[in-house]
Each structure stands twice: as structure tokens, then as C-alpha cells.
Design a protein around this ligand. Structure first.
Ligand SMILES: [Zn+2]
Length: 122
């Protein structure tokens, strides 16, 4: 099942999720990001980065992960594009916590201990 991401009636990407909401592949549509960049004078790298983050959000949060505000809003509006260009389009705290928990659950304990020891060394 493809969960697509839209803004101003354009689809910019999609995440491929199973009926259980699991997945590991997504697409980002460069040509449509370029058109948004041209039409709205928003940085192309800002658009691509935020669309990629949105699609990764779907892969980590599962189905029905759109929210009424922030980077996981289903349709970005003008105000979202301004926030995007200022680097202020975020996941909610709840979404960030959920993604963090899912990633930590997928990492073997040994890797977490190694990362902690490397962090302590610096
Ligand atoms: Zn979406």
C-alpha cells in the first residue's frame, strides 16, 4: 500500500507500507520537488530533506501517521513551506518519542552499549 504525501495538490513522495503498517521503502519525486522550488522559491534541498523526513516518518510511525501540524501534516500549506524554509518544520514530541523507541527496539543491545562507550570517549 502506498501512502503518498501531497502539497498544493501535488504528490511529492510515498512510503510503501504493509497492511500492518510496516515498510522499509519510500519514493521521493524529484521533478515535483523542483517544481515546488521554482513556483514557491523554497530551497530545493529544504524541500527534498523535509519530504524525505516525512516519508521516513511514515516508515517509522506506520499507517495513519499524518498529524494536524508539523512535518507529518498530509498537505503542506503556505505556512508550512515558510516553516520548512526556516528549518522549523518538526515532528511532534510524541512522534519523535515513538520513532526513537522503534529505532532503539530494532538495534541490538550490544550496539547501544558500543555507541554509549564511544560517546563517553569523546
Ligand atoms: Zn504523508
Amino acid at each position: 500500500m502506498l501512502h503518498s504525501f501531497r502539497s498544493h495538490n501535488e504528490v511529492f513522495g510515498g512510503a510503501f507500507l504493509s497492511s500492518e503498517g510496516a515498510g522499509c521503502y519510500s519514493d521521493v519525486y524529484y521533478d515535483r520537488a523542483m517544481k515546488l522550488h521554482t513556483d514557491w522559491s523554497v530551497g530545493l534541498s529544504d524541500i527534498l530533506g523535509n519530504v524525505m523526513a516525512h516519508e521516513l516518518g511514515h516508515l517509522l510511525l506506520g499507517s495513519n501517521s499524518h498529524s494536524s501540524a508539523g512535518i507529518m501534516r498530509a498537505h503542506w500549506r503556505g505556512e508550512d513551506l515558510r516553516s520548512l524554509s526556516w528549518g522549523n518544520l518538526w515532528f511532534t514530541n510524541e512522534q519523535a518519542d515513538h520513532m526513537r523507541e522503534k529505532l532503539l527496539a530494532a538495534v541490538p543491545e550490544r550496539s547501544i552499549q558500543m555507541a554509549a562507550s564511544m560517546r563517553a570517549a569523546f
